[in-house]
Ligand binder design. Sequence first.
Ligand code: NAP
Length: 243
Amino acid sequence: MRRVLILGGTAEARALAAALVEDGGVHVVSSLAGRVSRPRLPVGEVREGGFGGPAGLAAWLREHAIGALVDATHPFARRMSASAAEASAATGVPLLALRRPGWREGPGDDWRRTSSLESAAGLLTAPARVFLTTGRRSLPVFAGLPGVWLLARSVDPPDPPVPANVRVLIGRGPYTVEGERALMREHRVDVLVTKDSGGEMTTAKLTAARELGLPVIMVDRPPPPPGVRLTDSVATAAAWAHG
Ligand code: NAP
């Protein structure tokens, strides 16, 4: 039976694992980084933790006789995606990247797109009350900015100490527009800083920002590794994985 490794940690990866397990005909292993304390687990076999870079992943692919590799990691998981491309090239195991589409600015939106967390921080003008949803590890980039107060939402708490100008909110989507609007009003937020994760689960904050007339600073995705075949469709990825 063909063995398929899904590099996961996303809703798309879980949907793909579910589709492949339901279809049968292939053996599915999903891989998680093991970073969040209570991950949402896909169906089927799951392994957790890093592989030890591209060479470690290549060795793992060989050892486990993997016949197809799907990189369904988050669009901002740049290192894992680069590692998948390198390990695929080294082993000849075919690779497909499954990426949800990015968000698009619509009528009434006031977005400033930027290429990095650092440049997003540079776009803030103090005094500012910021709703920050770029992940707990990005907090140091923003926490030291003078005149900036942060409402920082993340799946797991940031590493202590948390500076006095930061209010931490633990949460994991999906969120509602009503909830996001109430949150931004309650904390008198005047700008949203987020990254272009795409997907439905966390899009409510963008609608709420539009309705409240708030600007959004949107960090663009890193480019995918060159030469890797891409799809945004779970069904296409499932058909591909069957070979
Ligand atoms: P990253 O910077 O690209 O990865 C750092 C290292 O973590 C990788 O080099 C790899 O270690 C390990 N790793 C990452 N994803 C893995 C996976 N699915 N299975 C096994 N090892 C993995 O990634 P990240 O941004 O820290 O994201 C970590 C995980 O969280 C990913 O699986 C991603 O799908 C998920 N996630 C990320 C975000 C985000 O905003 N970045 C949001 C939601 C979910 P080795 O080099 O040792 O193999």
